[in-house]
Design a protein around this ligand. Structure first.
Ligand code: GLY
Length: 352
């Protein structure tokens, strides 16, 4: 088992191993005082892991009840959140009880936000079951729901008490979901570790599962370093947005249905790196290396709109503060910086 300790406003462990869902009862007692758990999961994940998790908790002497909601981003909304609050109240949950978010990013974000707000805050344990949520959303305390005006517009920073990354859960996920998660994984290599980037370049989508424990461990370790340095996303943490400003606008252009998040981020990373090369901020060879690496994971070839079409969507991005926007540029594999520019400069920069 690999262990990573996050030292943000709260210190907690991220454990990475196979078979952790069936052993959860062994670990939760060290992370929270709670004796009662509300397991929140969607109707895809709960039938596979819900009862197994509850069995493990109950055999360690804990009590657990489940709240199950329809899968999909559409559920990450005020209505489902209201249902969660109702469920917690009807089951007499108190501030000394704990929520467990069992599932992917939608579940982790929404259950995390419920934990941040119900009774002004209760413990939450994240048990992410997708690659994207293991390497990104379950760690670092960003929680949110969507409103009709935009994704993740209502949220809070609320760190979990424990994160259990069960690598066995990734064994059975559809290949497209694995591909999707690899977009964020390649991002970690690009922004912080040439060694990790090189490892990823020497593997591909057919053999990456062989080293998945190491992939999740390295990704989460990088995220830990970034969150420890800048929990509230004012500086260093912005580096995690490499490829995301353009990626989000690509997702928005396709109404969040035509392209997955990982593919959009991959396209965003390629696009911003090509633009950086054009401005002499990195070598052309970085564009080729990034393209080849993404190609190993079937993350190239997405149809993307012209840069000009993406400008307006970019300007809605949360990363814009006042009149400025922070663009993350990699000068080489493993080295990144946030470059702040005015909106006009940004338009000129990306050629829109
Ligand atoms: N997913 C980006 C962050 O956690 O800051």
């Amino acid at each position: 088992m690999r262990e990573i300790i996050v030292n943000a406003s709260k210190s907690y462990k991220v454990l990475v191993d196979r078979g952790l869902i069936d052993r959860a009862g062994e670990f939760v007692g060290e992370a929270t005082e709670a004796k009662r758990f509300a397991v929140i999961a969607d109707d895809n994940v709960h039938p596979i892991y819900g009862e197994r998790l509850k069995k493990s908790l109950e055999s360690s002497g804990f009590e657990a009840v489940s709240f199950v909601f329809p899968h999909g981003e559409a559920s990450k909304c005020q209505a489902t959140l209201g249902d969660i609050y109702g469920f917690l109240a009807e089951n007499h949950f108190t501030r000394s009880d704990c929520i467990i978010a069992l599932g992917g990013g939608v579940t982790g974000d929404m259950a995390g936000y419920a934990a941040a707000t119900y009774l002004r805050g209760m413990d939450v344990i994240q048990i992410p079951t997708s690659l994207l949520s293991q390497v990104d959303s379950s760690v670092g305390g960003k929680t949110a729901i969507d409103i009709p005006q935009g994704k993740n517009l209502v949220g809070a920073f609320w760190q979990p008490s424990l994160v259990l990354c069960d690598i066995s859960a990734l064994q059975s996920i559809p290949r497209d979901f694995l591909i999707d998660g690899m977009g964020e994984v390649v991002k970690y290599g690009m922004i912080k570790s040439k060694e990790f980037f090189d490892i990823l370049c020497s593997h591909n989508i057919d053999n990456i599962m062989d080293i998945m424990e190491d992939v999740v461990f390295r990704s989460v370790s990088i995220k830990r370093d970034v969150v420890n340095a800048d929990e509230f996303d004012r500086g260093e943490r912005m580096k995690l947005n490499f490829g995301h400003t353009l990626g989000h606008s690509i997702e928005q252009y396709y109404n969040y249905t035509g392209i997955s998040h990982g593919r959009a981020v991959a396209a965003g990373m390629e696009l911003i790196t090509a633009i950086a090369a054009r401005h002499g901020m990195c070598d052309e060879s970085l564009c080729t290396a990034l393209h080849d690496c993404l190609d190993n994971y079937k993350l190239t070839g997405s149809k993307i709109p012209a840069a000009g079409e993406l400008v307006n969507a970019c300007l809605n991005d949360k990363k814009r503060f006042g009149g400025n926007i922070s663009v993350i540029i990699c000068s080489e594999a493993g080295k990144s910086e946030a470059v702040k520019m005015s909106v006009d400069k940004f338009k000129e920069f990306i050629g829109g």
